[in-house]
Each structure stands twice: as structure tokens, then as C-alpha cells.
Design a protein around this ligand. Structure first.
Ligand SMILES: *[C@@H]1O[C@H](CO)[C@@H](O)[C@H](O)[C@H]1NC(C)=O
Ligand SMILES: *[C@@H]1O[C@H](CO)[C@@H](O)[C@H](O)[C@H]1NC(C)=O
Length: 282
């Protein structure tokens, strides 16, 4: 694209140069000759200008196409790539990078494989098991279109504003309890949700499945999976190690750490005078 543009552009420049040379052959003092030449070369000039205009328009088209296709942060036509506004976006702005997923079918990694204290430690470090509650302003509450009437207000002593947390941490929490559910024997006496009644636990797991379903459908990841041949596998094998565009998750988590108001359970959050309550959970 750029190469084409340069070729077209230099052709355009050569045309202009040769025309300047042509005009330069005129004798500037000889008005009669000038008029004569102007008349006799009029058709020639129209032709040259038309020729130049043609190449100029081609160059312009190529240049604008190059600009519009290459600039990832172009201000137009990107509405459908924009996330919901959040104060935490400031943490991930500029952290975009390409990352190839670990799509291995059977090789364990820090988060994957039979349960162990190490695996639990890795999951705790990304789910923010010990809180992750932040305070947000009333303007932020309105900007994210949350309920102003029922949202939990925080007392001034613990920061003021409204109680909030960040989606990615909740989503990872959901994925973690689904993971634990698949290793029920290991977790049933350890993890907190397994102390709940069977009905509540069922709701919790179904809630998590449905939340992650909506998140995945909402993102509508259009990335391309490819297939490879593997010895002794009769069928094409999917290569799940797909390259993605990612944000820096650690930057988001650090932002939560910087904005959290306490690290223990729900310590310090109480109904303030005049609080409104919903009849049933949302
Ligand atoms: C805010 O949420 C309500 C209830 O879901 C919805 O009807 C409304 O369209 C939302 N407003 C904006 C600006 O998104
Ligand atoms: C959140 O609480 C901190 C104190 O912990 C306070 O300095 C800050 O202004 C509060 N932020 C909002 C948005 O209310």
C-alpha cells in the first residue's frame, strides 16, 4: 500500500517537474510569443492538468485508505469496539498488546491441572479473594447506569461514595468456583461456597455459568482458530494457541488494589440512615 503510494506520488512529482521544465522554456519577456504559446498549448495544458488531477486523486485515495486501515485508534467507526465506560479504564489504557494463548490440551500450567496449594495460590492472586471492594463517586454511579436509589452508600469514615468492585475479578471468581466444582472431592470441605446449602450452591454455579456465557457472547471474539495434522490423530487437531489482543490484567488488578477501601470481608459496611431496600435480590 505504502509502496504503491510512493510510486504514484513520484509519478505525480515527475509529471509536475516535466511540466515546470516545459513552461520554463517560455521566454518571459516576449508577450506575443507567450500569448501564442498559451493559445496553442491550451489543449496540452488541460490534458496535463487532467493527467495530474487523475494521479493526485489516486494518490489521495491510496493515502486515505492507508491511513484509515492502519490507524488502530481512529476516532471514527469504532463504536462497536468500545467497552462500557469505567473509571478503571485509566488503568488499562495503553496496555494493549498481542498475546498468544496457552491453548495446550493436556500440559498443566500455573492455573491448570490437579488441585494443589500452588494452583489455589495462583487463582487467589487473580481473583482477589480477600476483597477487591472499591468506592466510587455518585457521578461514576450515574455514568455506569447503576441504581442510584438502592446502591450501597459508604460511611465517610471508610471513604464515602458507593460500594463497587470490578467485573474481571468477579468473572474470574466465577470461573474459579466452576473449576473447584469439577474437583468437588478436593474442595467440598475447603472452599467457602461448599458450606452453603445445596440449593444456594446450585444457584451460585448456575449464576456463574450464565454470567460467563453472557460475557463470552458479549465479547463475540472473532479470533480465528486453525487446525493442524498430528501424528496418529486421524482428524485435524485444533490449534487453540491463538494470538489475541489483550489488556494488561495486572494493571487492572493494581488499580483495584490502589482504590480498594478495605481488605477484609464486608467489615465496616452498614446500612446508613434512610437506606432503601429491594424486596428481592436483583
Ligand atoms: C440504563 O438502564 C436502563 C435499565 O436497564 C435502560 O433502560 C436504559 O436504556 C439505560 N440507559 C443508558 C443510557 O444506557
Ligand atoms: C474513596 O475513599 C478514599 C479514602 O479511602 C477517598 O480518599 C476517596 O476520595 C474516595 N473516592 C470516592 C470516589 O469517593
Amino acid at each position: 500500500m505504502d509502496k504503491d503510494f510512493n510510486v504514484q506520488h513520484s509519478m505525480y512529482s515527475q509529471e509536475r517537474l516535466s511540466e515546470e521544465k516545459l513552461l520554463g522554456e517560455e521566454h518571459p519577456d516576449d508577450a506575443k510569443i507567450h500569448i501564442l504559446r498559451s493559445n496553442t498549448h491550451w489543449n496540452c495544458h488541460v490534458y496535463l492538468w487532467g493527467f495530474q488531477l487523475f494521479f493526485f486523486l489516486i494518490s489521495l485515495t491510496i493515502l486515505s485508505r492507508a491511513l484509515f486501515h492502519q490507524a488502530p485508534l481512529r476516532p471514527c467507526n469504532c463504536e462497536d469496539h468500545m467497552p462500557m465506560w469505567s473509571p478503571a479504564l485509566e488503568a488499562v489504557r495503553g496496555t494493549g498488546h498481542t498475546q498468544r494463548f496457552d491453548g495446550s490440551f493436556s500440559t498443566p500450567n500455573a492455573f491448570k491441572g490437579p488441585p494443589s496449594p500452588d494452583i489455589d495460590g495462583a487463582w487467589d492472586s487473580i481473583t482477589y479473594a480477600n476483597g477487591g471492594v472499591i468506592n466510587i463517586s455518585e457521578e461514576t454511579l450515574q455514568a455506569v447506569n447503576a441504581s442510584a436509589a438502592y446502591s450501597v452508600k459508604l460511611a465517610p469514615e471508610i471513604g464515602g461514595g458507593y460500594m463497587a468492585s470490578v467485573e474481571a475479578l468477579h468473572q474470574l471468581h466465577c470461573l474459579n468456583i466452576l473449576r473447584q466444582a469439577t474437583y468437588e472431592d478436593y474442595y467440598k470441605d475447603k472452599a467457602e461456597p461448599w458450606q452453603d446449602s445445596p440449593q444456594t450452591l446450585r444457584y451460585h454455579l448456575d449464576h456463574c455459568i450464565d454470567n460467563l456465557r453472557q460475557k463470552i457472547m458479549c465479547d463475540a471474539d472473532a479470533g480465528i482458530l486453525t487446525y493442524v495434522w498430528v501424528k496418529e490423530h486421524p482428524m485435524p487437531f485444533p490449534d487453540f494457541s491463538v494470538q489475541h489482543k489483550c489488556r494488561n490484567f495486572d494493571a487492572l488488578k493494581d488499580w483495584v488494589v490502589d482504590h480498594q477501601i478495605y481488605t477484609n470481608e464486608l467489615y465496616g459496611v452498614e446500612r446508613l440512615p434512610g437506606t432503601l431496600e429491594l424486596d428481592t435480590p436483583p
